[in-house]
Design a protein around this ligand. Sequence first.
Ligand code: SF4
Length: 272
Amino acid sequence: MSYVFGPIASRRLGRSLGVDPIVHKACNWNCVYCQLGRTTSLRHERQDFVPPDDVVAEVRQALTEHAPGSIEWITFGGSGEPTLHASLGRMLRGVKAATEIPVAVLTNGALLYRPEVQAELMVADAVLPSLDAGSEELFQRINRPWPELTFGRLIDGLVAFRRVFGGKLWVEVMLIKGVNDAEPELRDIAAVLERIRPHEVHINRPVRPPTEGWVQPPDEEALATSDRPSPRSHAMGAFAASRAWDASSGAASKRSTASPRHRSAGLVHPLS
Ligand code: SF4
């Protein structure tokens, strides 16, 4: 198969059938932690990188080859940014028409400010965007986006999408040692998360070879501290409170998602 892989074991999504509708490293960001290497040519125009009907046909075929119950999620992600595919909505609708298995989309979230992208994603059961920074300066340093895709646009898009989306919005935060893992940066991220109000926040760290050699995972101690409110660190506590946030009940759950896994959309096999 060309566009479908797995199912593979995903810590967040269980047994996931992966769908990769993007050519290698077609992306509007150039994250320092991306394990696919540098984005040599940033893109922001959406296009049909691969035939959408062929993608849906492969998913249908894969579903016939696996026993009922052996796939828990069908997950669009892969080797670039899936929302750059101009027919993402067509593919999602095609897959949803073929099965009752829930469908997730791993995305950097950069295009969520666009109404047409929001509309296309509406059929998904879960959307998992990234948020690695709480300020424009840090966003530019970590994610190195297409120039027009500013931090303000990213946050506006996440907030707007959260308001209209009927599925689950699970935000992933990649913590990088010495970059966004200290109290001031965590405080900024927590403040942004308060605005977005995702259903859950998943903390992650880069452990697979990153694009930039200086990228390191945070110390275990820092991760452990960020996992619980601490009288010594209000920002850490605020971040912990928002990291596994069940917005429907208003209660913070203790579901921890810290794992040695790389950023979702940046993986060829992104679902572990
Ligand atoms: S990690 Fe994802 S969003 Fe970042 S550069 Fe790689 S493919 Fe693009």
